[in-house]
Write a protein that binds this ligand. Structure first.
Ligand code: TPP
Length: 633
């Protein structure tokens, strides 16, 4: 039963509620989150942590006139529930349903889309400056988690804010957690503030004063008291050095006090940062106890929080185990993650090699540079970064790693459609953004065993390399006890007859589709070679030439954008060879792909046997007709 939530159709309905009703609303929202996400999966923990915060924000501010930006925006579900999307909430992260992140096209209340971390402060500043230029009065409020303060761009924004605008509200939502425990100096610094009894007393005193007297004069007194004490306690409060007024730490679950604080912050004519303490997973015991697991997960039991155990190892797990094995035999191997130890499987490596494991925070650019530095001293750094997040490190890959030919290995998990998360998380561009860079080797394993071989190959290779593999479980292939090196740039011919009219060049995980297509062609009497291409760079030029000369048509398959992808690389090679063999390229079209089940999306966008056969038929039947016509003459 959710009588209060049922009556919320827009933020205006939130403003009509009494404090008691607001607190009940918070509980109803918690229930809704727990039951809906049990079916769809999603970011349960982060959203349970911001229920009161989001309610108070909507109580005080007026979206869409005012603008809310959520960093990453994985914690925007409560905002969705309060902004007219309650009826569709059960569709979240399902095909055709609500997206799991803020989306400008989804609602006028989503003023800024996101999915990657660290963007909120810069974008909020841009909005605030645009508002100032246009003479607007609206408020811009950015909410960012403590882990967003491990991102370099957050500091680039902080460096700019006070010189650019006088009105911007930043909420630091501090729950001590990134996905794993938050790391680094800033995490310790926040912890110091939060655990300081003096600070707490100070904030409470200031809050009481604001409550009692209200308005600007109280604020002035409070500010004075705070400033005096702050400078006694700390040499400086970091945000104040950046020119932002710091308030906090505040209880992020106390709606009444949050409302009062926001009402006060609204009146200020200077950029402010409110430090709010919340508990990730609040109100659902399993999530309170296992913060990491409940950050984001698939369907679970709404009573116990139990999830179905996978029967097979994921690619991430195979990666973590294989790297751990390599590190056992090579003291120079190190593993680097940008705040994703569990997502990448590097947590398994951490267990065995804690001294060779580095979590640098959500700092992909830094991770790449850090790896480059280690490589100059003879180490073999393996940077485990999802394909989508490695986009952040592009310049460092070009300018630092590839230009200097440093042996850094990029292990790109989610090099595929990401599925439920949608366009911010699909890893469909890494071939395009990497293959134009000189010196890099780009590998794509067909199964788990080949992933282990490619990691081994990368370790032995004296230069930069990247290995790309998909999300989730693999093919179920057994991994050999000892990996074997693969010759760089050599494809693997898996099926051939000597009289193949079609040559299927399959990249990575597309192999089952390649075999199915070969089977469908065989059923029509057309022989096809199946090639496991393995490398998007360097290509196996000899294999392409052989079939470019002998087959009637080449078919390329990739779980990647067609623009600049593997098929494009094959076309370039044919062009270099002066061959005009037709090429049918199967991959993702030149548009951002929405969220949904990978199988359904593949069907929709033509990454299927049916679509490939239809397109091949044009060339094969054409040749047959040509021959028939010729034989009449
Ligand atoms: C550039 C980038 N790298 C990694 C991620 C993966 N990621 C999603 S949420 C998250 C942790 C966010 O922690 P925090 O901002 O403190 O918010 P919380 O979930 O604790 O509320 C990470 C690392 C990402 N979204 N973007």
């Amino acid at each position: 039963m959710t009588p209060i939530l049922d009556a919320i159709h827009s933020p205006a309905d939130v403003k009509r509620l009494s404090l008691g009703e607001l607190n009940e609303l918070a509980e109803e929202i918690r229930g809704e989150l727990i039951t809906v996400l049990a079916r769809t999966g999603g970011h349960l923990g982060p959203n349970l942590g911001v229920v009161e915060l989001t309610i108070a924000m909507h109580y005080v501010f007026d979206t869409p006139t005012d603008h809310f930006l959520f960093d990453v925006s994985h914690q925007a579900y409560v905002h969705k529930l309060l902004t007219g999307r309650r009826e569709r909430f059960a569709t979240i992260r399902t095909a055709g349903g609500l997206n799991g992140f803020m989306l400008r096209t989804e609602s006028e209340h989503d003023s800024y889309g996101a999915g990657h971390a660290g963007t909120a402060l810069s974008a909020a500043l841009g909005m605030a400056v645009a508002r100032d230029k246009l003479g607007g009065k609206e408020h811009v409020v950015a909410l960012a988690g403590d882990a967003a303060f491990t991102c370099g761009i957050t500091y680039e924004a902080l460096n700019n804010i006070s010189s650019q605008t006088r009105r911007l509200i930043i909420i630091l939502n501090d729950n001590k957690w990134s996905i794993d425990k938050n790391v680094g100096a800033i995490a310790s610094y926040f912890n110091k503030i939060v655990t300081s009894p003096q600070y707490h007393r100070l904030y409470e005193r200031a809050a009481k004063l604001v409550e009692k007297v209200g308005g600007e004069s109280a604020a002035r007194v409070a500010r004075k008291a705070e400033e005096a004490a702050k400078s006694m306690l700390w040499p400086s409060v970091i945000f104040e050095e950046f020119g932002l007024k710091y308030y906090g730490p505040a209880d992020g679950h106390d709606i009444a006090s949050l409302i009062r604080t926001f009402q006060f912050l609204k009146t200020l004519e200077r950029p402010v940062l409110l430090h709010v303490i919340t508990q990730k997973g609040r109100g659902f015991e399993p999530a309170e106890e296992r913060q990491k697991k409940f950050h984001g997960l698939g369907p679970y039991d709404p009573e116990t929080g139990e999830t179905k155990a996978l029967t097979q190892r994921t690619y991430s797990e195979v990666f973590g185990d294989s790297l751990a094995k390599l590190a056992s035999g090579n003291s120079r191997v190190v593993g680097i993650t940008a705040a994703m130890p569990n997502g990448t499987g590097l947590d398994r490596f951490r267990l065995m090699h804690p001294d060779k494991y580095y979590d640098v925070g959500i700092a992909e650019e830094h991770a790449v540079l850090f790896a480059a530095g280690m490589a100059t001293k003879g180490f073999r750094p393996f940077c485990a970064i999802y394909s989508t997040f490695l986009q952040r490190g592009f310049d460092q890959i070009v300018h630092d790693v590839c230009l200097q030919k440093l042996p850094v290995v990029f292990c790109m998990d989610r090099g595929s459609l990401s599925g439920d998360d949608g366009p911010t998380h699909h890893g469909l561009f890494d071939i395009s953004y990497l293959r134009g860079i000189p010196n890099i080797v780009h590998m794509n394993p067909k199964d788990e065993d080949e992933l282990a071989d490619m990691l081994y190959t990368a370790m032995l290779h004296d230069g930069p390399s990247a290995v790309r593999y998909p999300r989730g479980i693999g093919m179920g292939a057994a991994v050999k006890a000892q990996p074997e090196a693969i010759a760089i740039g050599k494809a693997e011919l898996l099926e051939h007859t000597g009289n193949d009219r079609v040559a299927i060049f399959s990249l990575g995980s597309m192999l089952p589709l390649a075999r199915e297509i070969a089977g469908a062609l065989a059923a029509e009497g057309v022989a096809a070679a199946v090639i496991n291409a393995r490398f998007a760079k360097p290509l196996d030029g000899a294999m392409i030439e052989k079939y470019g000369r002998s087959a009637e048509v080449l078919l390329t398959l990739e779980d990647h954008a067609l623009a600049g992808g593997f098929g494009s690389a094959v076309l370039e090679e044919l062009n270099r060879l002066g061959l005009h063999t037709p090429v049918v390229r199967v991959g993702w079209p030149d548009q951002f792909i929405e969220h949904g089940k990978p199988g359904e999306l593949r069907e929709k966008y033509g990454l299927s046997v049916r679509a490939a056969m239809e397109r091949l038929r044009q060339y094969i039947s054409l040749r047959v007709q040509e021959r028939t016509a010729a034989s009449y003459l």
